[in-house]
Write a protein that binds this ligand. Structure first.
Ligand code: IVH
Length: 684
């Protein structure tokens, strides 16, 4: 064997070991998931081609790094294994072939489940009482995090005694729910604190708090996905495998766990054969953003537990299961430059111009950096290698610089003193992390306000998109909001634009005309009044159903409205008192915009089937987004609310509901499950 191969092998082993240590123990990864997978596969390939190289400490023979030492070590009764990965249909097919070689031509049923990107935990129940919670560690020895895990709401402290085992191991993932993760990061970013890199890191950080009261402050959750071992305690107090088979199928285990009060992966799908399995993998992948937690793959497990024994395991993973890895949400690329954007409120947001990179199927060349504080906290510099993350429809962000790879002498980035669009000085209020351009005529602010006015949640003039708005602004025919309603005077100019024919212009003018009839709450949102979003606007119009009424409302009378505090009331009265705004409103009225509530879908008029009812929605619904359900309910006259109270008519419960379900049960609020949703939404 050549010295080169040996050296490459040693290097690969060290690189994977280091990456695992940084990921699992320090919660501070140096590689994106995809790069780690690629490195790991390189190592596997080298070992396959040169079996004599194989070192017992190779990461391919282990599940994770040894524990970091901050918590008490615990040796697992049943080792905690990992899963082998496949990345495409061909590799999944190879898995099917491997199984068939062992079990012959008997048909194997697989359960497909989401693969939760969380922290693997082993829960030990002694005589049905939770005794210990242990991290996976290197698969043989983990760390005890019992007190921390006890703060997780969906880890039952006690099971039904008929579990009929002296000692039971339940395995699953502790995770940070996505909605809460995003909210927490938004708050951290707004408060000048470092944002967490991803939900897995946040979960790991929270679980590894020495003081469990700190863990309790985080909304951690648990999903049970497998049974570890079932043990008896013999007369000599020895723990021995019980030899009992509690279940004959994995799906029975999931059903049992669900009844015992665990949350379990949902939905699951039983499949046979490669075609069906690949169909399920594609379905889960397409729906990945619907889960209330981050999923990084799809797990297929042979349902018959007798097959598990027959198929056995390798040193690190079972042969009866496989994980399809969904393309990663995080990728490494080079940050070429930091530029800033000025939004409709004047807020200045720095963003990274990147060497383009494909993340989860989309080419990304820009990513937000949030604000100057985040750039300093993460020590991100122009020229750095960075990890970017694109999750769902959230704006891609730079989560981390890989400082180990930093070329020497890269300067620290600081916000410029002047607005790059209008050259006016930028201002940073003392209680804020953001800089602002205070010039209301700043060309970028104007364009952003116009784009916002036409956006879906505002006046919804979809034929006037971002690009057209910029072009028309640059041509000098769209200088303010009122100009939108005067575009009919510029048909000649529009006709000269590339790709603009008579039909397209007619559609544009028609959409603008129709928008004049939008209810008042939409107009209020569109006008870009600070702190006035759709919820506040709806409440406002319930109390003051005309523009005149809102315009003449005092701070005191506004503060009576639920959800409207002094900050919002001040912002509203100041906006209406401004002379430019008053002139704009006068012009809009003259141009024929509706200034009363009209057909506001939130104003629960009689005659609609759900008028007078208030619904709260929790969990994930297949085939429908929560926003879609909300819109439909509102169009039927119902109100929707963010939290359960005694005034809630019913709670709509999807898969993996949050704490709202517990509250609704405690208050005796009606529960409507996903299977009854269709009936509710088709009520006449
Ligand atoms: S079954 C013998 N099911 O992914 C291993 N694991 O990358 C049985 N994971 O070690 C694991 N979601 O910690 C299983 N639905 C799921 C899972 C899941 C996430 C974790 C688990 C495993 C790791 C492998």
């Amino acid at each position: 064997m050549s010295k080169d191969i040996l050296a490459t092998y040693d290097e690969l082993v060290s690189a994977v070991q280091e990456a695992r240590y940084r990921y699992y123990v320090l919660s501070d990864p140096v590689l994106s998931d995809q790069e780690f997978d690629a490195l790991f596969r390189q190592l596997e390939q080298l070992e396959k081609e040169n079996p004599s190289l194989l070192r017992p400490d190779s990461p391919t023979q282990q599940v994770g790094p040894p524990p970091g030492g901050a918590f008490l070590p615990y040796r697992h009764l049943t080792p905690m294994q990992s899963l082998d990965n496949v990345f495409d249909r061909g590799e999944l097919g190879d898995f099917f072939v491997r199984v068939a070689q062992k079990v012959g031509d008997r048909q194997v049923v697989y359960v497909c489940e989401p693969k939760i990107d969380g922290v693997a935990v082993n829960l030990i129940y002694r005589n049905s009482v939770l005794e210990k919670a242990v991290t996976r560690g290197d698969g043989t020895t983990g760390e005890e995090v019992t007190l921390q895990a006890r703060t997780v709401v969906d880890i039952p402290k006690r099971l039904n005694p008929e579990a009929d085992a002296d000692l039971l191991e339940i395995r699953g993932e502790i995770y940070f729910p996505l909605a809460e993760f995003r909210q927490m990061n938004e708050e951290r970013i707004a408060g000048g604190e470092a944002a967490f890199m991803n939900p897995r890191n946040a979960a790991s950080g929270a679980l590894r708090q020495k003081d469990p009261r700190m863990t309790a402050k985080r909304p951690l959750r648990f999903l049970a996905h497998s049974l570890g071992g079932v043990y008896s305690i013999d007369a000599g107090a020895n723990i021995v495998p019980s030899g009992k088979t509690m279940f004959s199928r994995h799906s029975d285990f999931l059903e049992w766990a669900d009844k015992e009060g665990f949350s379990v992966p949902k939905p699951t799908k039983k499949v046979t054969g490669l075609d069906e399995a690949w169909g399920a993998v594609e379905h889960f992948t397409a729906e990945r953003h619907r889960f209330p937690y981050e999923i990084d793959g799809v797990v297929l497990k042979a349902d018959e537990l007798s097959l598990h024994g027959q198929l056995g395991s390798t040193a690190r993973a079972p042969r009866w299961a496989i994980a399809y890895k969904i393309p990663a949400l995080e990728k490494e690329t080079k940050l070429l430059q930091i530029e800033v954007n000025v939004g409709r409120t004047g807020k200045v947001t720095p963003y990274a111009v990147l060497e383009p990179v494909v993340v989860a199927g989309v080419t990304i060349s820009r990513a937000t950096l949030h604000n100057e504080d985040q750039i300093h906290l993460k020590d991100i510099r122009e020229g750095d290698l960075v990890i970017i993350r694109r999750a769902g429809d959230v704006i891609p962000e730079v989560v981390k610089a890989i400082a180990d790879h930093r070329p020497e002498g890269l300067p620290v980035w600081n916000m410029s003193e002047k607005c790059p669009f209008c050259q006016e000085p930028l201002v940073k209020p003392s209680d804020e992390v953001n800089y602002y351009c205070e010039n209301i005529d700043c060309p970028n602010r104007v364009v952003e306000s116009l784009i916002h006015f036409c956006s879906k949640g505002a006046m919804d003039i979809d034929t006037l998109g971002e690009k057209t708005t910029v072009v028309l602004h640059d041509m000098g025919i769209l200088n303010n909001i009122a100009d939108i309603f005067k575009l009919s005077e510029h048909v000649g100019t529009l006709e000269e634009l590339d790709g603009w024919g008579a039909k397209k212009i007619e559609n544009l003018l028609q959409a603008i005309e129709t928008s004049k009839q939008k209810p008042l709450d939409r107009l209020l949102v569109a006008l870009n009044i600070r702190h006035v979003g759709s919820v506040v606007a709806k409440e406002l119009t319930l109390h003051f159903p005309t523009l005149d009424a809102i315009r003449s409302a005092t701070v005191e009378s506004l503060c009576v409205i639920p959800g409207v505090g002094e900050k919002i009331a001040d912002s509203l009265t100041a906006w209406f008192a401004n002379q430019n705004n008053a002139s704009l409103l006068e012009e809009l009225v003259k141009l024929g915009l509706r200034t009363d509530v009209g057909a506001d879908p939130g104003s629960a008029e009689g005659g609609k089937p759900l008028a007078g009812k208030t619904f709260v929605i929790t969990g994930a619904f297949f085939g429908m987004t929560r926003d879609g359900i909300k819109e439909k309910l509102e169009s039927m006259g119902a109100k929707t609310a963010g939290s359960v109270s005694k005034n809630t008519t019913a709670l709509l419960v999807g898969a993996d509901p949050g704490s709202k379900l517990e509250k609704a049960l405690a208050l005796g609020v009606e529960i409507i499950r996903e299977d009854a949703l269709d009936a509710l939404l088709s009520a006449k």
